[in-house]
Ligand binder design. Structure first.
Ligand code: SAM
Length: 187
């Protein structure tokens, strides 16, 4: 199966000394929630095999993994283009989330766009907003709104979510938390 949309939320490993020293508690929390993968392992995933000639990859990346994120995109055969979504995270109370980080507190996450071939011809609309202001819920869970916006942007073309936790209608899914019978095998 070849896909024109790949939506990935890799389990980044927080290994930097600065990060560890400044924030041991946070590091522990991040890395005990689910298995993580080092950059070289991520780069070697055979994503190019499932990407169609024309394909867009949306990839969540933590700010501290921005450079590595672009490298992973390139290893998978994509050219980094831009930031597709910028999620401003809020608590249920309505105030902005504050996540600890070595230099400034974070209230956002970003999702990069990488392109292989030409995807402009599949675009259905020109009014999809990149800014999402939404409540933070389960640890690492990204807003469902992002999938909906990707659906609106491109309509019904083959799409898969990598490192998914659940299978969503219209999307294939791969990830070690997705029930085996519901997931696609990547090889
Ligand atoms: C950042 S979370 C994804 C969260 C998801 N996007 C959501 O909105 O709920 C990364 C996921 O990758 C999974 N994962 C870690 N190592 C994996 C591996 N070797 N193969 C497949 N999935 C893996 C984790 O278990 C976790 O579910």
């Amino acid at each position: 199966m070849k896909y024109k949309i790949i939506y990935a939320d890799p389990p980044w490993q927080f290994g930097s000394k600065a990060y560890q020293d400044s924030n041991r508690t946070m590091l522990k929390l991040e890395e005990t929630q689910y298995d993580t993968m080092d950059i070289e392992t991520l780069k070697k995933l055979p994503i190019n095999n499932i990407a169609d000639e024309d394909c867009i990859c949306f990839m969540w990346v933590t700010d501290s993994h921005l450079k590595e994120g672009i490298e992973v995109l390139e290893s998978w055969g994509f050219k980094y283009k831009t930031i597709g979504f910028n999620w401003i995270k809020k608590y249920a109370s309505g105030s902005f989330c504050v996540n600890f980080a070595p230099w400034t507190l974070k209230s956002w996450e970003i999702c990069l766009i990488g392109i292989k071939g030409t995807m402009g011809k599949y675009k259905q609309v020109n009014n999809i907003q990149g800014l999402i202001i939404a409540e933070r819920t389960k640890h690492s869970k990204k807003p469902n709104e992002v999938r909906s916006r990707i659906d609106k942007l491109f309509g019904d073309i083959p799409k898969i979510e990598l490192f998914a936790r659940e299978k969503v209608e219209g999307w294939d899914a791969w990830g070690n938390e997705v029930p085996k019978e519901e997931q696609k095998i990547i090889s």
